[in-house]
Design a protein around this ligand. Structure first.
Ligand code: ADP
Length: 359
């Protein structure tokens, strides 16, 4: 029940956009969440897996079988869309049973399997109801039951929660994860909501300009982003440009930072990443100069409930702070082990001029 993209590239005919050099494996039972800015290629990845676009180069394997040139209906994939796309005048069980009907399964078996699938999403008692009498969250659970009823080879989730309000969305995250885990099925989940991706994904893939920028477990992605682009896209970040001036010392516009410079030579340009919640607010100015302690002018100070987000202007730069401390902040300390050095931004990946498809 695994999914594999092998060196897949696809360009929309007559354009330079699409997805490029995609190597990706989703293991049996794994939920891989895909995030990235608008236009980065997330939907194109889904189209390629579902069969609505055919790669110019590379192969797509489902369960080890090459499906690259199979039409969508022969791929046996379950799909849940943002819009539930239920038939409004059909009972829930008939909606869920529809993929079985298309496959020629006899009515009694259809009914039984549809009722089982509805029970799995907690709607066993609603089988005779019409979708119009349900809430958005319930309708999305019906769509999930319908996607899984024919034991698909993989599950595709296309922004499944974005039509729901915040409270429902959180509950549905758990619900989808529970059902997906139980089904033990490889799942590709496309979302623009990074919190959803971090909380639901076994691994998260970040796309940028049609390429996979990084694929990692959520914590690794947040703590050890591979590039400035990933650091800036996933969570909030202080990103200070600088240069390694000696082993263990980086010069930035804020001043000098003591940190681990392993992997970077003296003279190398770097970007220092510090998550705002790792900056330590100090309530008093230190008596003498101390490494990695900065003070300046508080340019922004926003109370957001559980956290307070401040911007401290220091020299030529800004230190963004997230803290639950409410007292006046006199200075900040940046612990050396909270600093991660990244290579300077490479220009956006160049796209191949031509990928071999004459169209
Ligand atoms: P995302 O889902 O991350 O927003 P898409 O996969 O929709 O990104 O788009 C990737 C790139 O392909 C974008 O540059 C987009 O403009 C382009 N694109 C998407 N669909 C088409 C299309 N039907 N024809 C031409 N270009 C397209």
């Amino acid at each position: 029940m695994s999914v594999r993209f092998e060196n897949v590239s696809f360009r929309y005919p007559g354009t330079t956009t699409g997805v490029f050099d995609i190597d990706l494996e989703i293991a049996t039972g794994e939920l891989l969440a895909v995030i990235g800015p608008s236009g980065s290629g997330k939907s194109t990845l889904l189209k390629l897996l579902s069969g609505f676009a055919v790669p110019d180069t590379g192969r797509i394997l489902v369960d080890g079988k090459d499906v690259t040139h199979l039409p969508p209906h022969e791929r046996a994939l379950g799909v849940v869309f943002q819009s539930y796309a239920l038939f409004p005048h059909m009972s829930l069980w008939r909606n869920v049973a529809y993929p079985l009907k298309v496959r020629g399964i006899p009515k009694t078996e259809r009914q039984e399997r549809a009722r089982d699938a509805l029970a799995r999403v907690g709607l066993g008692d609603f089988a005779e109801r019409a979708p119009t009498s349900l809430s958005g969250g319930q309708q999305q659970r019906v769509a999930l039951a319908r996607a899984l009823v024919f034991s698909p080879r993989a599950l595709l989730l296309d922004e499944p929660l974005s039509a729901l309000d915040a409270a429902l969305r959180h509950g549905m995250r758990d619900e989808i994860m529970r059902v997906q885990r139980k089904a033990g099925i490889a799942t590709l989940h496309v979302t623009h909501d990074q919190e959803e991706a971090l909380s639901m994904g076994d691994r998260v893939a970040v796309m940028s300009a049609g390429r996979l920028e990084q694929v990692a477990m959520p914590r690794d992605l947040y703590d050890r982003p591979a590039s400035r682009r990933v650091a800036a896209f996933v969570g909030h970040a202080n990103l200070w440009e600088g240069m390694v001036v000696a082993p263990g010392l980086v010069s930035t516009r804020l001043g000098e930072l003591v940190c681990d410079t392993a992997g970077f030579a003296t003279g190398a340009d770097v970007i220092a990443l510090v998550r705002p919640e790792h900056v330590v607010p100090l309530l008093e100015l230190p008596s003498g100069p101390r490494p990695n302690v900065f003070f300046g002018h508080m340019a922004e100070d926003r109370f957001l409930g559980a956290v307070r987000r401040c911007d401290l202007e220091v020299g030529g730069g800004t230190v963004r702070i997230e803290t639950s401390i409410r007292a006046a902040i006199a200075a900040v300390a940046v612990p050396p082990d909270a600093i991660r050095l990244l290579p300077p931004e490479s220009p956006s990946p160049t796209r191949p001029a031509h990928t071999g498809n004459p169209s």
